[in-house]
Design a protein. Sequence first.
Lengths: 597, 590
Amino acid sequence: MATFKYHLLICGGTGCKASDSDGIITSLNKEIKEKGLENDVKVVTTGCFGFCEKGPIVKVLPDNTFYTQVTPGDAAEIIQEHIIKGRKVERLLYTDPETENHIADSKHMGFYQKQIRIALRNCGFIDPENLDEAISRDAYMALGKALTEMTPQEVIDEIKKSGLRGRGGGGFPTGLKWEFASKNEADQKYVVCNADEGDPGAFMDRSILEGDPHTVLEAMAICGYTMGADKGLIYIRAEYPLAIKRLKIAIDQAREYGLLGKNILGTDFNFDIELRYGAGAFVCGEETALIHSMEGERGEPTFKPPFPAESGYNGKPTNVNNVETFASVPVILLKGADWFSSIGTEKSKGTKVFALAGKINNVGLIEVPMGTTLREVIFEIGGGIKDGKKFKAVQTGGPSGGCLTEKHLDTPIDFDNLIAEGSMMGSGGMIVMDEDDCMVSVAKFYLDFTVEESCGKCTPCRIGNKRLYEILDKITKGEGTMEDLDNLKNLSNVIKDTALCGLGQTSPNPVLSTLDNFWDEYVAHVTDKKCPAGACTDLMNYNIIEENCVGCTACARACPVNCITGERKMPHHIDQAACIKCGTCMEKCKFNAIELI
Amino acid sequence: MANIKLTIDNKVVEVPAGTTILEAARQNNIHIPTLCYMNLGDMNIENKPGGCRVCVVEVEGRKNLAPSCATNVAEGMVVKTNTVRVLNARATVVELILSDHPADCLICAKNGNCELQTLAQDLGIRKISYQGEQSTYREDTSPSIIRDVDKCIMCRRCETMCNDVQTVGALSAINRGFEAVVATAFEQNLEKSTCTYCGQCVAVCPTGALTEVDHTQQLIRDLADPNKTVVVQTAPAVRAALGEEFGNEPGTLVTGKMAAALRRLGFDHVFDTDFAADLTIMEEGTELLGRLNKFLAGDKNVPLPILTSCCPAWVNFFEHNFPEMRDIPSTARSPQQMFGAIAKTYFADKIGVNRKELVVVSIMPCLAKKYECQRDEFSVDNDPDVNYSISTRELAHLIKQSNMDFNNLPDEDFDNPLGESTGAAVIFGTTGGVIEAATRTAYEVQTGKNLENVDFEQLRGFEGIRSATIDFDGTPINIGIAHGLGNARKLLESIKDGSNKFHAIEIMACPGGCIGGGGQPLHHGDSSILKARMKAIYSEDENKTLRKSHENPYIKSLYEEFLGEPLSEKAHHLLHTHYFDKSKNDIFID
């Protein structure tokens, strides 16, 4: 086996691929060949490193140098300087925003310092299309241990003891769920992996599947062993082509190595996995809707009970877990439940992956121990708010979650605390908002999403959410009344109280949490007809400041509706009745003579 | 099963485990309102998608409200059905439905018979706090059924009937969110779907989203036209249900009052489809015996079992779904069409009226009949044998419009010659009736013996699929019966795979047979109403002096004067038909 002096790890996740990480790989390989370094340097495509803000990332091993925002044009310099001359390419290193020092090793970056990576442990370290690399990092060891050293009940007990709770949003204890499924006798049972990640801006599951597909396959097999299922199904949205491709490769490789299929590892345990594609309906993340969709039925939730553990796919006992939940399982069996439960809070053990997005400096994928505070996540890992603006709110739990504010920043993140504060963990979307974000518009944005994604089965979700959206729309247009605010509250509470599934029961959360935390902002829209954040254009007017206006006519010429008039070299005037508030005039003005009030 | 003790509205009640909160409450006289829920208990038909959320209740210890229709009771459960929280939620949910529902109640076909309207009234809704966009869809009119989809409230009852009960699969939920609605595939017209026009969707629709095509205006015009002779025929099941529209108990027979009302409406001749039912037995019975005797004589190629063909929805069903078996059903036309053919030939000649000036109207418990009479093969020179068909419900409206005090009308008889019938014809109106009627005649014809006891109890009942063996004087004849097209499908599959060997099979498309037809007064999911109608049908039969079709004197003279004998050339021409392969028509995209 060839031994390389250097390994160049390059992120091959969807985000970095979009920034031409493939081009970097091609350029690097070309340089390596030209310099005759084929036997010394190996380029490895890995999964997501997490630090998407600074992608594409190139990491050089063994010295752990972490190059950020690399382009194909940088390849020659990296090879020439770093590999041949042994000098780091300073300009590609990460600059600490506070000290302005270059940091070469990711271990020392604020973004990584507070993270503990369990579910993401192999992402960014291995080539996800190479089973040997996964095995070198203990893939399928836990399956081997379970099959040869443990009874199914012992595995379930270990998972129960670890305190692992469902990472898809519900937070149900995973071990208990497995136990229910194991206790229901049937001629056929199924293990289903829910990879129907649908929160806007979330990419936790996609990154795991793209970066470390084997860990999910392994955990599904372990689950199959505990419940007596020989068939696994991964329900994945068709919009995840790269994850699908890597899963297919991983399944083929695992079959080839005898890690899936008949008599796994020489035992009498059989288990195989197939993919099922979803069309990207958010509601199909709900497990009963997901099962109906897999059966070829309309993707609609039905009541529980019966729970899938009793009657799931094709009416057979079925255990459905989310990708991240599965990804946490093998390491629990290898390192032990005590190790896992030593991380986290009293009722929420282990770590949680979040997709950090919005008005934050370090957009990316992070994994932190349960109990980390929102402040640590946003200001230390996330590097604070973009452009030095003021933090206003953070939305956790995706469209079903709520907006938390300054006063919640020191809340340790876990399942129960977030619910107590009026939000939820959800699957791990985390969107940060600054002073320029209007909270009524934010609530409207999320409602727009749930209205679109409701299956339409139950009245409160089908019509109620639509009406919530319409009231919010009215308010952002300055047409709201105080009665609307009462209606908003009553309707939100009724929807929460009466909707059939989790989607509807949580869809008013963005409304309720913003009503709670930003009541004054709603009132300003309604009574003063003002948007304090300056985001609702219907409530704003473009105005020409006469003393600044030099009469250059640039604005008048650019106005698409010709609503600006004035003599050359004389102050101009905007006809407010005709203005469509497109903002073009403000963009064109070079004299700061146009304001938005 | 063990009993469960729980408290509902401070009342301790005990019910069997597995009971829902809704049922437990109803058994204890606590009536939780429902909307989407439907339960035709005896027929095993249940619709509980839990979609409307009207039946929500508070369950102690549960964080959100529970849909009582779909939540089972548990030991020690404390349920409250009328707290402020529940009442507010329930009213809000109904307000939401109303906010996306056309407010044309006063001119809606379902006005006064709409479950949503009743619910809004019961809950005291006086304003709709949540106004907004209303859904708009295309209206779709087929020969039998009108879909006004704007009025769909997604209760999914029609879907349950169409898919689970009838296995027709013409209607199901499409689109998502606010746009979600029950419709045909690709939102095509019903005419382009596999719809059989059985009308069970119409029968269960709580609002005006699914209604029948209304022919009453046309009828009023024809009745007023001095140049037209208008005759009417009424199907057997109508007389067992029409009374309900006038406040009578289900199962009240109103045969005489109906005849009186029809005469007062201005029909020139008030006839009875039952006459044609007796005629059907003559033709179909003879066809059955012909095939049977060939079979018994050793001809194994003879198509058996013979299937009844009275039901137009059933005919549509096998034309769509089992076209390869279309040589098996009897070629006999349905009683409605036999009547039309005889009325426009034999009777028209008798009274010296040109068939084009003779308007034949049928009163049917059925919506598929509206389609059937429009089929090309049932008209001569573009003049249909039956001009149009109106439903039991339409007749009731017409009687009300005509200011008649229906309940105080005298009992009158049908006119002759097409108004006389036997008890065998009456029972056509219920599941098992056609085959029982056929058996009465076939037995006597085949054995040459007098049938003492004409009541074949073994053929009666409510079970979806039934079978019985009748002893034809030493020859056992195996009979199968199915009602509901889903049951028909099962029975047909069992014939196809050879697991069932029947000589004759009766199929009716609607659960319960014609008494539960899509044109009958709405039973709103109460199966005891269907049972009462069935009982009424059998009592009408029992009270008849003549109870075997071949004993009908007017049938005898029809053959003597006009047709010759059953299956004669003339009979073939007028009283038999052929079937089409419609499976290829099931293409949804133009």
